[in-house]
Design a binder for this molecule. Structure first.
Ligand code: FE2
Ligand code: FE2
Length: 181
């Protein structure tokens, strides 16, 4: 897997428009393909040697996915289309209407808070699973679930780092540059 720092450097010069597409096509697509799969795996493991831990993982991961579904809708249906409008306005030299949510600072703050909340839930899962390490004698399917949870957590970290530190920053800079009031 490409190192996060290298990945970040590669994406730094990208324009806002392409970055939005990239995040949707890679990280959002990854989440949408993998969280239902993980929920299915969890459901199949409720009667295994690790059943107590699995039950707790299920509660936490379900809370996580319920919040995530709403978060993705806010980004994909409200925020990201507005980012695209900003990018379009810059390249066409046209004017863009202010969004009905006003300046970007509040919704961005809200997205960042939601990212933090999701990391807190994943951190609890990480603790519960001994840093995603299954006991050696656990069933292979449990090892696989822990492997998938680790992969999921890594992707989420990268995804949120990209949004907080690159995407949202670029959008705020462009909003100022276009003097949207
Ligand atoms: Fe996102
Ligand atoms: Fe996000």
């Amino acid at each position: 897997m490409i190192q996060s720092e290298e990945y970040f450097e590669m994406l730094k010069p990208w324009n806002l428009d392409d970055l939005v597409d990239h995040i949707m096509n890679t990280h959002h697509a990854y989440l949408k393909a993998n969280y239902p799969l993980i929920l299915k795996l969890i459901d199949k493991l409720e009667n295994t040697t690790q059943s107590d831990v699995i039950k707790e993982i299920k509660t936490l991961f379900t809370e996580f996915t319920d919040d995530l579904a709403i978060h993705l809708v806010k980004e994909e249906e409200v925020l990201f289309p507005y980012f695209k409008k900003l990018a379009e306005s810059k390249s066409a030299g046209s004017k863009v209407e202010a969004a009905n949510f006003g300046s970007l600072s509040r919704p961005i703050e809200m997205m960042e808070e939601e990212h933090d909340d999701s990391h807190h839930i994943m951190d609890r899962i990480k603790e519960l699973t001994n840093n995603f390490t299954a006991p050696q004698d656990a069933e292979p399917s449990i090892h696989f679930l822990y492997f998938k949870l680790k992969e999921f957590d890594d992707d989420l970290e990268t995804h949120h780092e990209l949004e907080n530190n690159l995407l949202f920053t670029k959008a705020s800079v462009l909003e100022k540059e276009l003097e949207i009031k």
